[in-house]
Design a protein around this ligand. Structure first.
Ligand code: ATP
Ligand code: ATP
Ligand code: MG
Ligand code: MG
Lengths: 254, 254
């Protein structure tokens, strides 16, 4: 029943976690139930939702080596309508442990198939900055991919690699994987580079690029140190408003 | 003879490539010979030094699966005193190919041991945003580690993971690995978060933190689209000056 989004881009620091957290918060605020699953061993999405590093008894690691998403793996968060499966650095050993398994890339999809996630409307998968086995598992388990694109030169260079990987994933096991959209992040209208990246992206990707653009906004980067999304930290900030607009674009497609 | 630095941090987008490129440029400007080796399949350091994606016949992949750094693997760049071993996405299969090899983590050190790199004073290894086999190879082959630390909350959270990995690498095979230093990047003195991260870093890490701080500077992020370090793109910019100061701190230790 839930729609499963992977938030992925192998380029580092482009706003994957920030988009996962704040899109989840905006969708939850609109009254829909969201499960966030942290597939990054760094555990930033977990921290950003208020999960303490020493209170993560069960994590995404347990999901990947298990058979289904057991209810005890899921933590409540302080935010209404958002639940979390956190991660710790243990998750980086999933890479090695899954390495020898047959169908190692389809593990997460298989586990979702055995799980009852019907209470959720959306599942958001925060991916690490790599096209490793964790990200590939997310791409195979997901219905659609949301690509945060930082408004910088190196980020644009990485986009073609990512789109090639999407084609490979479709051949590998998820022919129905769609691109929900590309969202420009850390956009600064005074910066020529931002305008150039936006122009290039819209020219090459057209409708795939969300109309909503996420501006560079200091309140967004302050929010994680208070262990909450920017929608809770500073509800009227430009960052919060932008993520609400992004959520509306996605919810309108229901 | 050359001093080998790994520039690493598993957190994405913290300025690893930017520091590799511009520190190399500043050291080269001071008259020392530098070899940059791109260990990131994204190939950003290669692009940043003007290497065209379709002109990378030999790459770091050839180094890792070979026995020594053959002269044909090394490209000249447009910058005096800087040579490059570029990378392409082929490098991400090194992960899988090395997976079954014995001593897979020591491959790069072994290759360096069989190579004549005596014409260089410094070798800089740009690492991907992960603690995978590529980064571990760099940490085992290096004399010292330079850690770019973005002045943001999530970046600080990742630092303790990285320092733990350094301890593991020392046990694993490189007991002499030193931390050359932690360099604060994208620092904005008007932003409370930057001041807080600096305070935390200097309090916990003391002398390990370089005196030089790299400011957020738009000229730094524009330079890669002109395929050159900021020292060439805008020599008098705050970004260029900061990387010169960082180089001076490191060169003074010779
Ligand atoms: N729109 C924005 N305005 C200001 N700062 C932002 C914005 N989006 C993200 N940031 C900050 O930029 C940094 C990188 O963002 P984030 O950690 O979400 O990227 P990521 O792609 O998840 O990184 P990684 O590749 O390490 O997983 C963080 O410190 C975050 O707070
Ligand atoms: N001091 C700075 N001021 C402004 N922009 C910067 C600065 N340092 C880096 N950048 C920009 O921030 C982005 C991230 O930097 P960079 O790509 O060097 O990080 P990285 O750690 O190498 O990323 P990855 O984890 O993907 O390898 C780039 O677009 C770069 O141009
Ligand atoms: Mg992240
Ligand atoms: Mg890089």
């Amino acid at each position: 029943k839930p729609k499963i989004f992977a938030i992925a881009n192998q380029k580092g620091g482009v706003g994957k976690t920030t988009t996962t957290l704040n899109l989840a918060a905006a969708i939850a605020e609109a009254g829909f139930k969201v499960l966030v699953m942290d597939l990054d061993p760094q555990g930033n999405a977990s921290t950003g939702l208020g999960s303490h590093a020493d209170a993560r008894e069960f994590t995404t690691y347990d999901v990947l080596i298990g058979t289904n998403v057991e209810p005890r793996f899921i933590q409540k968060t302080d935010i209404e309508n958002i639940d979390l499966v956190p991660s710790t650095t243990d998750l980086s050993s999933a890479d090695i442990e899954l390495a020898s398994a047959k169908n190692r890339s389809e593990k997460l999809r298989k586990v979702f198939g055995n799980s009852d996630l019907s209470k959720y409307d959306y599942v958001l998968l925060d991916c690490p900055p790599s096209l490793n086995v964790l990200t590939v598992n997310a791409l195979i388990a997901a219905h659609a991919l949301i690509i945060p694109l930082q408004s910088e030169f190196f980020a644009l260079e990485g986009l073609s690699q990512l789109l090639m990987s999407v084609r490979e994933v479709r051949d590998l096991g998820n022919p129905d994987l769609r691109i929900e959209g590309v969202v420009l992040t850390m956009y600064d209208a005074r910066n020529r580079l931002s305008l150039q990246v936006e122009e290039d992206a819209r020219e090459n990707l057209g409708e795939l690029v969300f109309k909503t653009v996420i501006p560079r906004n200091v309140r967004i980067s302050e929010a994680p140190s208070f262990a909450m999304p920017v929608l809770s930290y500073d509800s009227r900030s430009k960052g919060a408003e932008a993520y609400r607009a992004l959520a509306q674009e996605i919810l309108a497609r229901r």
